[in-house]
Design a protein around this ligand. Structure first.
Ligand code: TRP
Length: 328
C-alpha cells in the first residue's frame, strides 16, 4: 500500500479554498492508502506570528481537519514539532539540495516580497524541511494545492540526489492535485487566502452568514444591472456551482444568467443552499468535537506517537548510510 503524506500550515480555522484545493483529497485518500497528515508548526515560524496564538491555531486547524472527515482510525494526524526527527532529516537534506534550486522557488520570492522586513534564511530553506516531512515516511503521493507543485519537484530532486550520494533510501514522490487545485477568493482575482481576507471560512457556512459573504463575491463584471445577461464562464460564483451544485443547478444557472432570467442574488442563493448541504456533516462533527474538550489533543498525541515510530526507523537507516557517529 502506498503511503500518502501532506502538511498544512496552522493558520487557524480552514476555509473553502483549503478544503477544495487539498483537504478534500486528504479525506478521499484515507480509504485507499496509508495516510499521514501533519500540521506544520515548524514551517509556520518563518512568517511573522503571534506566539500566544500558535497552539490555539494548531488545535483549531486539527479540529477542522477532523470535522471535515479525516478519521484518526484510518489516518495518522499529528503536529510536526511533536516529531523532532523532521528537523534532523531537514538538516541532512540541506547537504543534497542545490542552492540554485532553492533560488528558483516562486513561493520564496512571493513570501519575501510580502514580508520584506523578515526575509529569513528559514523562508529560503522552507522546501527542504517540506521534503523531509514527506520522505521521513517514504511517502509517494502528496495531496496539495497547485502552488505546491514546484516544492514537490524539488523534493523529488532531493530524494534522487540523496539516493545517488548515500545509497537508495527514498522513493520518488508526486503531487496529487484535486479536481480544482486553485480556488479564487471572493474578489474573483486572487487565490483564496486568509491573509488576503478574500476567503470563506468553513465556520461561516450557515445560511445567513454565508449569504452575506457571497453577497460580496464578484460576479461577471460586464453584468451591471439585473437586466443585463451574464456569462457564467467568467463568473467566479459559477465556478463554485461547478464544485458544489448538481448538473441541473448548473444548467439552471447557465440558462437563467445568459438570458437575464435570474439575477446574481438568485444564483448566489442557490449556491448558498448547496454549500450548506455539502458541509452538514462537517458542522455536525465539529459540534461533536467541541463538546468534548481534550479529544483533539488526544488524537494528536496518539498520532504523533505512531508517526514518531516510523520516523525513527527512517532516521536510523539514514544515519547509517551517512556514516554518522551516532549510527555506530
Ligand atoms: N508548504 C506547504 C504549504 O505551504 C505545507 C507543507 C509543509 C507541506 N510540509 C508539507 C505540504 C509536506 C505537503 C507535504 O501549503
Amino acid at each position: 500500500m502506498k503511503t500518502v503524506f501532506s502538511g498544512i500550515q496552522p493558520s487557524g480555522a480552514l476555509h473553502v479554498g483549503n478544503y477544495v484545493g487539498a483537504i478534500h483529497n486528504w479525506v478521499q485518500m484515507q480509504d485507499q492508502y496509508r495516510c499521514i497528515y501533519c500540521v506544520v508548526d515548524y514551517h509556520a515560524i518563518t512568517q511573522d506570528y503571534e506566539v500566544k496564538q500558535m497552539s490555539a491555531r494548531v488545535r483549531e486547524m486539527a479540529l477542522d481537519i477532523l470535522a471535515l472527515g479525516v478519521d484518526p482510525e484510518k489516518a495518522i494526524l499529528f503536529v510536526q514539532s511533536a516529531v523532532p526527527e523532521h528537523t534532523e532529516l531537514a538538516w541532512i537534506f540541506g547537504a543534497v539540495t542545490g542552492h540554485g534550486d532553492l533560488e528558483r522557488m516562486t513561493q520564496f520570492k512571493d513570501k519575501s516580497a510580502s514580508q520584506p522586513d523578515n526575509v529569513n534564511a528559514g523562508l529560503f530553506f522552507y522546501p527542504v524541511p517540506q521534503a523531509a516531512d514527506i520522505l521521513l515516511y517514504k511517502a509517494e503521493l502528496v495531496p496539495v494545492g497547485a502552488d505546491q507543485v514546484q516544492h514537490l519537484e524539488l523534493a523529488r530532486r532531493v530524494a534522487r540526489s540523496f539516493n545517488h550520494r548515500w545509497g537508495k533510501v527514498f522513493p520518488e514522490c508526486e503531487a496529487k492535485l484535486t479536481a480544482t487545485p486553485k480556488v479564487l477568493g471572493l474578489d474573483g482575482k486572487a487565490k483564496m487566502s486568509k491573509s488576503l481576507g478574500n476567503h470563506i471560512p468553513l465556520t461561516s457556512i450557515e445560511d445567513r452568514p454565508l449569504r452575506k459573504l457571497l453577497g460580496r463575491m464578484v460576479t461577471d463584471e460586464k453584468r451591471v444591472t439585473r437586466e443585463d445577461p451574464g456569462d457564467p464562464d467568467v463568473c467566479n460564483v459559477f465556478s463554485f456551482h461547478k464544485i458544489f451544485s448538481t448538473a441541473d443547478d448548473q444548467a439552471w444557472v447557465r440558462q437563467g444568467c445568459t438570458t437575464a432570467g435570474i439575477g446574481c442574488v438568485d444564483c448566489k442563493g442557490r449556491l448558498a443552499e448547496r454549500m450548506v448541504d455539502h458541509f452538514a456533516g462537517y458542522r455536525e462533527r465539529r459540534a461533536e468535537l467541541l463538546a468534548h474538550p481534550g479529544r483533539v489533543d488526544e488524537i494528536l498525541a496518539a498520532g504523533a506517537e505512531k508517526a514518531r515510530a516510523i520516523a525513527q526507523r527512517t532516521l536510523a537507516e539514514v544515519r547509517q548510510k551517512l556514516g554518522l557517529w551516532r549510527s555506530r
